[in-house]
Ligand binder design. Structure first.
Ligand code: BES
Ligand code: MN
Ligand code: ZN
Length: 511
């Protein structure tokens, strides 16, 4: 992974492959952003004009490469668009910095070292730039020829991610600045870990192999893990997880991974949907709808990554992650449309569509999490295509059993740069869940499918516990071109929101 350092070196003397500078979008063309003064000076103050000549406007995602001025040790200047004007105080929005740093880091694949001379007006800006660099430089090539072999060996067509990023404009001895970089590293690396898990093909990432990865990480970070295998799940009566996992040769697991702090006064629980592959089961998905379904464990990956990040940050809170891991496959032992499952909570569910499997595994995990009576539960799931229809491929939906908590979660998401939107839970839709033979069905009417899924989950949350549900079906997996700090494939969506919620819990501002 890209190494992040704070540097006080002056741009001209810096030995690097490139110097990254920011270009703001001014009313009358591109404006050189603060941080790039030395470069601008070498152009006799004419850098904005040079950039304009080269076609730069300062738009988001825009990249302009120009040779470094004479006397600079680095050969290349990479000017990246910030997409906005500076605010009244001359600063830039954290997300604009994160995206710009990510765009530049992505473009610098193959380079050994780059200096980032983007506008820094404090620790927050440094953190955003650092995060953007780590996320933008990400690449997944464990399955490319030579990939993951010898150190430094690369895929034939791939370039190694940027090796080192020196962030300029901060003070290496300042505690707040050092802390900002440390947080960027912890969050960035864990978020990339979630992306790796999502990108790992489903023949290699099974419920069992996922559980083993969690065990290994837990050992490294001092977390407590408990893995319920198929025997323990049967003994415990986890009918939802067993039902969904029953069709696969790879048996299901429920993994609990807990970070505790000795002085913690609050307990936050995360629950993640971990369908390592969603074929739809007997209600089989058609071709065209199953190619990306390895991403159906993105919720569990985000939960896992957030718990490890909370540990690395040493937050003064107890944070427990519950990963509901199963593979949804059709076979002679698969759950059938028409089967009734007895869930861990004791409720019975008539499965009318085996492709609505996420809510079944989550129901058991939510009920398990509820037994510990945490102050709040947040679940994360690639749950419904309907949420994707409603919000598109970049925005996650937030549902909750409490309006104030929904606002808290929604604001935490927005604050960390994860586009989110609050969604309602219209009571009348629950009528669609009525079953002739069981307590409820797992599907109802089609309209508002993402909201109905939330209403189903709500039935499995313990009395009096604040609960929110993040439907990440859209943003979990980027099928389009990379943008900003978001690569193609697994995105790591929801990790930053969960980490922020854990921080709020530690600060006593949640639950
Ligand atoms: N994993 C899918 C949802 C999904 C769709 C995630 C697209 C990512 C991208 C989920 O298990 C599913 O199949 N949901 C069904 C529910 C329906 C049968 C009620 C859906 O959305 O079609
Ligand atoms: Mn499904
Ligand atoms: Zn699914």
């Amino acid at each position: 992974m890209t190494a992040l350092t704070l540097s006080t070196a002056a741009a001209p003397g810096l030995r690097a492959d490139a110097i990254v500078i920011g270009v703001a979008k001014g009313a009358k063309g591109p404006v050189v952003a603060p941080g790039a003064e030395a470069v601008d000076k070498a152009y006799d103050g004419g850098l904005a004009g040079v950039l304009e000549t080269l076609g730069a406007s300062g738009a988001e995602g825009e990249l302009t490469k120009l040779p470094a001025p004479a006397g600079f040790k680095a050969p290349l200047v990479v000017a990246v668009g910030l997409g906005t004007e500076p605010d009244a105080e001359g600063g830039f929005d954290a997300e604009a910095l994160r995206k710009a740093a990510g765009t530049a880091a992505r473009a610098l694949a193959g380079a050994k070292k780059a200096a980032f001379a983007l506008p820094v007006d404090g620790a927050g800006a440094l953190e955003a730039i650092g995060e953007g660099v780590l996320l933008g430089a990400y690449s997944f090539d464990a399955y490319k020829e030579n990939g993951g072999q010898a150190k430094g060996a690369r895929a034939k067509n791939g370039k190694a991610p940027l090796g080192e990023a020196a962030l300029l404009g901060g003070k290496p001895r300042d505690a707040a600045h050092k802390g900002a970089v440390a947080r960027a590293v912890a969050v960035g690396e864990e978020l990339n870990r979630a992306r790796d898990l999502v990108n790992t093909p489903p023949n290699d990432l099974t419920p069992d192999s996922f559980a083993r990865i969690v065990q290994a990480a837990a050992k490294e970070h001092g977390l407590k893990v408990q893995v319920l295998d198929e025997k323990a799940l049967t003994k415990g009566g986890y009918g939802g997880i067993l039902g969904v996992g029953g069709g696969s040769a790879a048996a299901p697991r429920l993994v609990k991974v807990a970070y505790t702090h000795p002085d913690a006064e609050r307990h936050l629980a995360f629950v993640g949907k971990g369908i390592t592959y969603d074929s739809g089961g007997i209600s089989l998905k058609p071709a065209g709808h199953n190619e990306t379904m390895k991403c159906d464990m993105a919720g569990a990956a985000a939960v896992f990554a957030a718990v490890v990040a909370a540990a690395r940050l040493g937050l003064e809170a107890n944070v427990t992650g519950w990963l509901a891991l199963a593979e949804n496959m059709p076979s002679g032992s698969a759950v059938r449309p028409g089967d009734v499952l007895r869930m861990y909570s004791g409720k019975t569910v008539e499965v009318l569509n085996t492709d609505a499997e996420g809510r079944l595994v989550l129901a058991d995990a939510l009920w398990a999490a509820s037994q510990e009576e945490p102050d709040a539960i947040v679940d994360v799931a690639t749950l419904t295509g309907a949420m994707m229809v409603a919000l598109g491929s970049r925005t996650l939906g937030v549902l909750a059993n409490d309006d104030a908590f929904r606002t808290t979660v929604y604001e935490a998401a927005e604050e960390t740069g994860e586009p989110a939107w609050p969604m309602p839970m219209p009571e009348h839709l629950t009528k669609g869940l009525e079953s002739q033979v069981a307590d409820m069905t797992n599907v109802g009417e089609r309209w508002g499918g993402g909201l109905l899924a939330g209403l189903f989950l709500r039935e499995f949350v313990g009395e009096g516990i604040s609960w929110a549900h993040l439907d990440i079906a859209g943003p979990a997996f980027n099928e389009g071109a990379p943008f900003g700090y978001t690569p193609k494939g697994g995105t790591g969506t929801a990790v930053r929101t969960l980490v922020r919620l854990a921080e709020l819990t530690a600060e006593g501002e949640l639950g």
